[in-house]
Design a protein around this ligand. Structure first.
Ligand SMILES: CC(C)(COP(=O)(O)OP(=O)(O)OC[C@H]1O[C@@H](n2cnc3c(N)ncnc32)[C@H](O)[C@@H]1OP(=O)(O)O)[C@@H](O)C(=O)NCCC(=O)NCCS
Length: 160
């Protein structure tokens, strides 16, 4: 069980947040996204980029980046500051994404996750994602396999 939720405010991310995003990303991942990748996602009209901000300090605590392709949302990045993990922040971010994206009439969500990332897999399963297959050697840094997960998969999706 995570610790009780901390008070965070969920807001759309913009380029003014890039320094904080980059700081969290570099501390949370062994192979972080570049600033250019975030800049590209933030600029796309088909993306939803949400940040969880500490209501007391105003500091960014975590973010989710999702992009819409045809009839599904691809969750590209979910990340929480290592100092703030285990307090329900990722869950709140994803639940807000589902609420926003559902109002857009799009029902499916998909993502890839490293087979070794037990914490993230557990989170996604608790939020209704199911394992729909493996992409072999998907991650170029260590050739690790990815699990492909779907939530509310559209009937006509190209899922395996
Ligand atoms: C995966 C990650 C986003 C989870 O963020 P978080 O804010 O700590 O997650 P939450 O506190 O919302 O936890 C939700 C669920 O995740 C799982 N979880 C969270 N912390 C966990 C831990 N220390 N051990 C095991 N499971 C854990 C649990 O299922 C938890 O639900 P529960 O509290 O009901 O048991 C975060 O660990 C992270 O940023 N990791 C590095 C980046 C990454 O790997 N992102 C995913 C890429 S696919």
């Amino acid at each position: 069980m995570s610790a009780p939720p901390v008070p965070v405010e969920i807001l759309r991310l913009g380029s003014a947040h890039l320094d904080e995003i980059e700081s969290i990303e570099r501390r949370a991942y062994p192979t972080p996204w570049s600033r250019t990748m975030f800049t590209g996602e933030l600029a796309k009209p088909t993306s939803r980029c949400l940040g969880a901000f500490d209501v007391h300090s105003g500091r960014l605590a975590g973010y989710v980046i999702a992009s819409r392709y045809v009839d599904a949302w691809h969750i590209m990045n979910v990340c929480v500051d290592p100092d703030r993990q285990g307090h329900g922040i990722a869950r709140v971010l994803l639940e807000r994404l589902f609420a926003l994206a559902d109002s857009d009439g799009r029902q499916g969500y998909t993502l890839e996750v490293r087979v070794s990332n037990d914490r993230a897999i557990r989170l996604y399963e608790q939020l209704g994602f199911v394992n729909r297959g493996i992409r072999r050697a998907y991650y170029t840094d260590n050739r690790e396999d990815a699990i492909v997960m779907w939530r509310d998969e559209p009937d006509d999706s190209d899922a395996p």
